[in-house]
Write a protein that binds this ligand. Structure first.
Ligand code: AGP
Length: 601
């Protein structure tokens, strides 16, 4: 969950480093720092500050000119967000600098050994062990930084993306990755290393994928990739499919608001070319069970997927929290299809659960929004969503496209296994193609939510109720409010309320109820749930496709098949959470304590 960038080229490094860190700040913003080689063989220039990138920029005055450098923005794991714990970390001569994303699991043992060898540590971080290991390795490898990095990678356990540079060879930057993302940007007379293509896309759209346990060396005119034995690896080059402007805010006050309004386009783009099938090299006939693994919002999308896949595909589906799944030693085998949902394609919990399932013989289908991501690379097949870059930490358009992916997979299975006839397939496809326009309609009706936000912004807690696919939607609405407004919120299955949670209802408790479609038997049941809570003083906001008179406030959405309703009913919940965050003065795009991609377990 840290942002990493390295630049070496013909221009001053400072601008691309700071611009890259700005694009990566969503990955973590507890501290930021840069290191620049100024004179060959002399100590590096280094500046690093706790807090947001701005704190670092404020002190970058009269920065020496350098045409290479490395930069880091941190999400703290070991050691608090302080100047000393900020990256880069230096060796005792100040000539070697390292930045890191991930966790070095054996850093305590390494540090003890290195201190015995006389290395002086300054920080509390796991990362600092690496710079001292590298310093010793350089001595054994005659200053060859890449060979030293390969040696060090064999000594460290855990997940890492590492960048290192030494003032003896100022134009040379070495990187390595295991489980954490690292991508190469190939420019003209300049090259980049970064956690995410967003860091350099305004300079080049040509990227290189790096595999597990690979080491990359860049200079302004060369890129060399090797495995840990030193063998050259022919890394796969690709062109990034979106442009730099997509990563800009485009006039919206926050990336999150922009991405809420991009949902119609993201849905349409994810549907393009898929009405006749998904071209997945997966033989669905052989599976007896499907297990969906994911975290957070992606998990909520999986819960909706369960309804669609079981109804259309008629295969039993379990939805599992990735962080829990492998630790309960679940029974799975080659007749199990595991679907891993991950926007970033780098979430460590999901990646580790995927690897566990693979080791048991399961087939892996992933749903990712990021090309070249680790989860995509390690799957048997990947269905890419086309939401474009999602910069805000709170997931909105990615969620919408994950739902679309779930519907498409359910449809594909239903077709392949013969449970859906031609007319049913045509009808479902028609309804899917109508969704972008229907989301546009919802976006035109969310104004009342701004008024409601002012009414509820100081509430202690807000409850969300839903039934059927409305239940995962309620969970998603609660998650959005938690992560944006820092407000307690909880999602319930409507039928569960009377089994305990209704005791939470007090006079004035705000409750958001997602009404099932009017033709569903569940509409009456939800109406009863709403009466039960209103009778105890709750103030109810209903999200409904029909004129439901039983609530205090009504947010209308267009009619759509019950299974597809989450695509529409989640939008008001996203807007409510957004408005609450703004009203409470929170940092909407970078909420406290969070990061966009959780690449540690
Ligand atoms: C949701 O708003 C959060 N950003 C978080 O729950 C996220 O969905 C989760 O960390 C999974 O991320 P992924 O889709 O990149 O794997």
């Amino acid at each position: 969950m840290c942002g990493i960038i390295g630049y070496t080229g013909k221009n001053s490094a400072l601008a691309p480093l700071i611009d890259g860190l700005r694009k990566l700040e969503y990955r973590g913003y507890d501290s930021a720092g840069i290191a620049l080689p100024v004179e060959i063989g002399q100590p590096l220039y280094i500046e690093k500050r706790a807090g947001k990138l701005k704190n670092l920029e404020d002190v970058l005055i009269n920065t020496p000119n350098s045409t290479s450098g490395i930069g880091h923005t941190r999400w703290a794991t070991h050691g608090g967000p302080t100047d000393t714990n900020a990256h880069p970390h230096l060796d005792n001569e100040g000539k070697l600098a390292v930045i890191h994303n991930g966790i070095i699991e054996n850093y305590v043992q390494l540090r003890a050994e290195l201190e015995k060898r006389g290395h002086k540590f300054k920080s509390e971080t796991d990362t600092e062990s690496v710079v001292h290991l590298l310093s010793d390795a350089r001595k054994e490898h005659n200053g060859d930084l890449a060979a030293s990095m390969r040696s060090v990678c064999k000594q460290i356990k855990g997940s890492f993306t590492l960048l290192a540079m030494h003032s003896d060879a100022p134009a040379h930057i070495v990187g390595a990755r295991r489980n954490s993302p690292l991508v190469v940007g190939i420019g003209k007379g300049e090259n980049f290393l970064a956690s995410d293509v967003a860091a350099f896309i305004s300079h080049t759209k040509i990227a290189l994928e790096l595999g597990q346990d690979e080491v990359v060396e860049i200079t302004p005119s060369s890129v060399v990739v090797t495995d840990l034995s030193g063998q050259i690896v022919n890394a796969k080059q690709y062109e990034i499919s979106w442009d730099a402007s997509a990563a800009e805010r485009g006039g919206f006050s926050h990336f999150m608001l922009k991405e809420i309004y991009e949902q119609p386009k993201a849905i349409a783009d994810t549907l393009i070319g898929r009405a006749d099938g998904l071209n997945l090299n997966i033989k669905f006939k052989k599976f007896e069970k499907i297990v969906i693994i994911a975290c957070g919002t992606a998990y909520n999308a999986g819960l909706v997927g369960k309804y669609a896949i079981e109804k259309w595909g008629q295969i039993p589906v379990d939805v599992e929290l990735a962080s829990e799944y492998r630790y309960r030693e679940p029974s799975l085998n080659k007749k199990t299809l595991v679907i891993a949902i991950s926007q970033s394609g780098e979430t460590m919990d999901t990646l580790m659960a995927l690897r566990y399932a693979k080791s048991k013989g399961a087939t892996i289908l992933s749903v990712c929004n990021t090309n070249g991501s680790t989860i995509g690379r390690e799957s048997d097949s990947t269905l890419y969503t086309h939401a474009g870059p999602e910069i805000a930490v709170a997931s909105t358009k990615a969620f919408a496209t994950q739902l679309i992916a779930m519907y498409l997979i359910g449809l594909e299975i239903g077709k392949k296994l013969g449970h859906l006839n031609k007319n049913q397939v045509i009808s479902i496809n028609e309804q899917l193609t109508q969704l972008p326009a229907k989301v546009e309609q919802v976006l035109e009706t969310v104004e009342p939510l701004r008024e409601l936000t002012r009414k509820f912004k100081d509430a202690q807690s807000i409850l969300f109720l839903g039934r059927h696919v409305g239940y995962p939607t309620a969970l998603e609405g609660a998650l959005k409010l938690k992560e944006l407004a820092y407000m307690h919120a909880e999602g319930f299955a409507g039928g569960e309320l009377k089994h305990g949670p209704i005791a939470l209802i007090d006079k004035g408790t705000p409750v958001v109820a997602i009404m099932p479609t009017q033709d569903s038997v569940l509409a009456e049941k939800m109406a009863s749930n709403i009466q039960e809570v209103r009778a105890r003083g709750a103030v109810v906001i209903a999200i409904s496709e029909f004129d439901f008179a039983g609530a205090d406030h009504l947010i209308r959405i267009p009619n759509v098949d019950l299974l597809l309703q989450p695509i529409l009913s989640v939008v008001p919940l996203q807007v409510l959470a957004y408005e609450m965050a703004v009203a409470r003065g929170n940092d909407v795009d970078q909420p406290r304590n969070l990061a966009k991609s959780v690449t540690v377990e």
